[in-house]
Design a protein around this ligand. Structure first.
Ligand SMILES: Cc1cc2nc3c(=O)[nH]c(=O)nc-3n(C[C@H](O)[C@H](O)[C@H](O)COP(=O)(O)O)c2cc1C
Length: 168
């Protein structure tokens, strides 16, 4: 069965991260669908879910939060990982960052297997008053392909035995 990577993203950085996770899972032999969280109405067709959301002022993207609330029943009965993105510096690559309180709460509610925070991205042409002025000094891309690969490998390692079990 397929792994769902659902994401909430304001400026595309987390969407790109979700695509990277999906591509890595596929490369490791696990079929994956990557979809905006607000378009998903059920997780019934999925073996497992990775739910990703960008962080703004220490809050998880509303589409990720609403997804977790709306589909909590389905999430409680399958493996789930929660992804946040992320700091505009190398802190996510050099240390293990704890989830923000909202993500920690979702994690407890759905019994997530893990929470991970990846570095973020802010483009120099970011729109919006605050983002635009932040971009003058903090634009850059801290999403780390090696860290994404390590995370996807962890997910694939958990899911492969159950897939084998389901097929035998
Ligand atoms: C106004 C603003 C507030 C932000 N607040 C946080 C924050 O609280 N924690 C954090 O880790 N990153 C924060 N960031 C960085 C974003 O999470 C990062 O740019 C992320 O990759 C954005 O994802 P998106 O492109 O999917 O929207 C902030 C960025 C902006 C522009």
């Amino acid at each position: 069965m397929t792994v769902l990577i659902a994401y909430g993203s304001r400026r595309g950085g987390t969407a790109g991260l979700a695509e990277m996770i999906g591509a890595e899972l596929v490369a490791q032999g696990l079929p994956a669908d990557v979809l905006p969280a607000d378009t998903v109405t059920s997780v019934d067709d999925y073996q497992a879910v990775v739910l990703a959301g960008s962080l703004y002022i220490n809050r998880w993207h509303p589409d990720a939060r609403k997804f977790a609330r709306r589909l909590s029943e389905g999430l409680r009965t399958r493996p789930v990982w929660l992804v946040s993105s992320g700091p505009l510096d190398d802190s996510a690559a050099t240390s293990v960052l704890p989830p923000v309180p909202q993500v920690a709460r979702v994690s407890r509610n759905v019994g997530a297997r893990g929470c991970v925070t990846f570095g973020g991205r802010l483009t120099p042409d970011a729109r919006g008053f605050v983002a635009h002025s932040m971009a003058k000094t903090r634009a850059g891309d801290w999403r780390d392909p090696a860290q994404v690969k390590a995370f996807a490998t962890e997910v694939a390692d958990v899911l492969r035995p159950s897939r084998a079990g389901a097929e035998s």
